[in-house]
Ligand binder design. Sequence first.
Ligand SMILES: *Cc1c(COP(=O)(O)O)cnc(C)c1O
Length: 431
Amino acid sequence: MLSDPRVQLLVAGLAPEYVKSVIRAVQAEARAGDLGPDEVVEMARLRLAVGPSSLRRVLNATGIVVHTNLGRAPLSAAALEAIEQAAGYVDVELDLTSGVRAARGRGALAALRSAVPSAEDAIVVNNGAAALVLATTALAAGREVIVSRGELVEIGDGFRLPALIESTGARLREVGTTNRTHLRDYAEAIGPQTGCILKVHPGNFWMGGFTAEVAPAALATLAVPIVMDIGSGLLAPDPALPDEPDAATALAGGAALVTASGDKLLGGPQAGIVLGEADLVQRLRRHPLARALRVDKLTLAALEATLQGPPPPVTRYRSADSAALRERCERLVVAIAAGAIAVGAGSGAGRLVQSSGRVGGGGAPGVPLPGWALELPSGCAAALRVGRPPVLARVDKGRCLVDLRCVDPTDDHLLAAAVLAALAADSGERD
Ligand SMILES: *Cc1c(COP(=O)(O)O)cnc(C)c1O
């Protein structure tokens, strides 16, 4: 099989052992009777054609900007370029002028400090959860973390904040009630065992009605370091997202440390960011765990370029102009109507409808992002997912909505072709 020309064409870019393992697996399927003898080469060819990595680019037509299942923030062109630069040998820990070792990631850290001038220092780790683990470990391992019962949340995929904190060896000291926590609740809990107070922005969940929480400014009177997990990574206030906490405001309001993710509203690579008081950040940096949580050169490169380059896709998509989205959607409707008859889907297969996008990733949960979508027969969602390129539409009350918000306009022609193919597959299914 290795010498079959159809296989030979594909092996050049692949590890020989990988090629052999794919072929062996296909042969085993044939021996087990799951595959006909004449299908063996074709099946091996199909699997090898995927290439050395199985991750595939997907068009996000859900209207959800930060979609965790789709890898959260798509990177900016500036970040991609920086990654390419950093992929080989790079001066990540070396000062080229003096020839001596230099602080790792100093460019990304300087970019963070200049984006948030009220932060005296910064550190970057693997993700938001790691930032929180490092902060609570360094400040409170073997001691207590005071946290409101209204903020003991599960964030996603079974990730529970209380469990994460307790895994560091810190003890949780819960205060207040689910709906209301007061300054005196925190004050009464403070003692010699206190390591820090933790304020968590619950992100994907919010409360209304008879509720009360304590602002960081009030907590700052308590003479205990306040760690604020803002989650989304907004560095400065954004009028479009009035309820979303940001790092600058949290620090100005009395937080000693702020932790956040790099790949949510910040729009960068997966990373955890800690900003705040110099002596505390230094304690985190010196903690042995910091070495285990540090990020690679590619992350540092992408983060710095995200901060210093043009607005990243997440920023563009969440503020996309509704009229411009409508115009693109109308063009898509026309393109599809023209092609739909040819694929047997009939005219009127795609309809322009209003559609509300979302920030996603636990950001601004109650804020709709007004836009437009193409409504397709509900069966199209499955066909779109397995198309080329795969398209993830939003299924809402049995409708398949193709929302253009998070599709780059330069990909509109790919989207049109994928929709037509899905219509053809769907109408074939129904015939
Ligand atoms: C997303 C989030 C986290 C976890 O961040 P990751 O980058 O996913 O590890 C922690 N806290 C809050 C409030 C979040 O929104």
